[in-house]
Design a protein around this ligand. Sequence first.
Ligand code: MG
Length: 271
Amino acid sequence: MKSLPLFTVLASAALASSGFAADGKSLGYTTTPMIPGSKWHVHDGDRPQPKIVTPGTESTQEQAGTAPSDAVVLFDGKDLSKWKASNGGGEPQWKVENGYAEVHGGDATTKDEFGPDVQLHVEWTAPVPGVGSGQGRGNSGIFFYGRYEIQVLDCYENPTYPDGQATAIYGQTPPLVNASRKPGEWQTYDIVFNGPRFKDGKLETPAYATILHNGVLVQNHTQLTGSTPHQQVGTYTEHPEKGAIRIQDHNNPVRYRSLWIRELKPVDSGS
Ligand code: MG
């Protein structure tokens, strides 16, 4: 495709942001009714244009997916420079080779913090052969704010308590269905996590999680009742709106490859 001169591109972008198309015509309407609760008319051409994002590539069994252009890449199969060991702050002792990182020697935590609303993409695979049973087989986990666990577990022909299955809000809500692949096959989690909001030390809005497991919806805007401890009922205690992502070492050599995260901004925020 022939590329457009830069000034044409810039002029088009400027026109779009001012509510006019390149031919000078309005992009929408200002004679239409107002959308209730907003400052925009129905089909308002002056409303901020959504930011342009270049999508990444889908993963296959052979190939890790790649991140969209506005994501923070947490791990691309090469190094763990975005991570620290949870038990000391140094480099995680996980084994990095062949485009994946294998859990070893403790949890890993992101150096940066994210929130309160994020989209997290995770690719992982359970150990082969599937050794152990129940919670002892291919167990890991994705923790938001260090306290809300989305379970990672080899749940292929491996029964366990439902609120501890893969993609369960651990100890709270089982997945809608079990969409697990076999051990050794790469699996994806796409998690939209809305962190809780606190005001004056009290919970104002609880956390919610929406999760696709291998492309199948398994958590549909599920409300969290608090943190996710083992054998106890979790509670909410105030924490900042941004937090690190932690991946659990449960003494099973689960492997991870493409990991990326996007902070979600409200519509019309212009960013
Ligand atoms: Mg776990």
